[in-house]
Ligand binder design. Structure first.
Ligand SMILES: [Zn+2]
Ligand SMILES: [Zn+2]
Length: 320
């Protein structure tokens, strides 16, 4: 019997000998944003709609799970999925700056389960893995225990940005180096005829778009892009390794990209400011949006029990 897990509904349904856990089985490519803030967290009444957690994005290629970055949003991801996370978890780092790794020891309850393996992937350290820098960060006196002391087993993989990653189950993910202090890695996921790219953290080059990056994102259904600064803020922040939504739109327009999601939001940009920025952006690119914490984007048709989910559907759950 074939058992298909769906993260949203735990109780199984059996149809024609096939057990389906959930109202529909995701056949396509989908993303869920668990942290969209950059550099540091935000909190308070002005940050409810877009959220305050630092970067963490869930990517599903059918049932196959990837987690992009381990910002503080990783805690919310773990708390949501709990035991439904797979035994092996692949966590792909854009890079190791604090806002992208700070949530790592808080992937609960998975990290407290000795049966789990957490595989980290890091591409901006000349082929070295994240083991040594994470070992320095998560150790006394900065953190009470080391990752090795956690019940879950960590396996750290190093690669060079630009290489394609091949996983034991046959899944592959393409990567590209990004312009950022100490470097960063962009990722491209292809599944069921759909393509999504995660391009953060990045500072746009001059001229722009960068030809290699343009080729990398060309024809993608969705690009998730670092739009931290407004054009007005950018000159004072040049060299910090971040970009603007306008550069994201230029990249997507030239690359024939379907949708653009802006992340790595500036911690002092309030909901009201971001709504206004989104409106300006949508006047230029109607399919672009600023990602909200917990927002889901489905890029493939789903095999539905009852109703089809339209391609490209975006669902923003009620705040929890
Ligand atoms: Zn960052
Ligand atoms: Zn960074």
């Amino acid at each position: 019997m074939c058992v298909i897990a769906h993260p949203l509904v735990p109780s199984p349904i059996t149809v024609a000998g096939m057990t389906i856990r959930g109202p529909h089985v995701p056949a396509g490519l989908s993303l869920q944003f668990w942290g969209v803030r950059g550099s540091t967290c935000a909190s308070g009444p002005d940050f409810i709609e877009f959220g305050g957690h630092t970067p963490c994005v869930e990517v599903r290629c059918g049932e196959r799970l990837f987690i992009l970055d381990a910002g503080t949003g990783l805690n919310a991801l773990g708390a949501h999925h709990r035991d439904r996370l797979p035994q092996r978890i692949d966590l792909l780092f854009s890079h190791l700056h604090l806002d992208h790794v700070g949530g790592l020891p808080f992937l609960k309850p998975a990290i407290l389960d000795p049966a789990r393996e957490i595989h980290t992937w890091c591409g901006n350290l000349d082929g070295a893995s994240a083991a040594e820098p994470l070992g320095r960060l998560f150790a006394p006196p900065l953190f009470p225990i080391t990752l090795d002391a956690m019940p879950a087993r960590f396996v750290h993989h190093g690669f060079r940005s630009g290489e394609s990653l091949a996983f034991p189950d046959g899944a592959t993910v393409d990567t590209i180096p990004l312009l950022h202090p100490q470097g960063a890695t962009g990722y491209r996921f292809r599944h069921a005829g759909r393509t999504a790219c995660y391009i953060s953290d990045i500072e746009h080059s001059d001229p722009w778009p960068d030809p290699d990056l343009l080729r990398f994102v060309a024809g993608a259904d969705l690009v998730v892009y670092d739009g931290m600064f407004t054009q007005g803020e950018y000159p004072a922040c040049r060299g910090w390794g971040h970009s603007t939504w306008q550069k994201g739109v230029e990249l997507c327009r030239d690359g024939g990209v379907g949708r653009l999601a802006i992340i790595h939001l500036y911690p002092q940009h309030t909901d009201a400011m971001l709504r206004e920025i989104e409106q300006q952006m949508q006047e230029v690119m109607p399919t672009a949006f600023i990602a909200r914490e917990r927002q889901e984007v489905a890029l493939g048709a789903e095999v539905a029990l009852g109703a089809d989910v339209p391609v490209g559907a975006v669902r923003v759950p009620e705040p929890v």
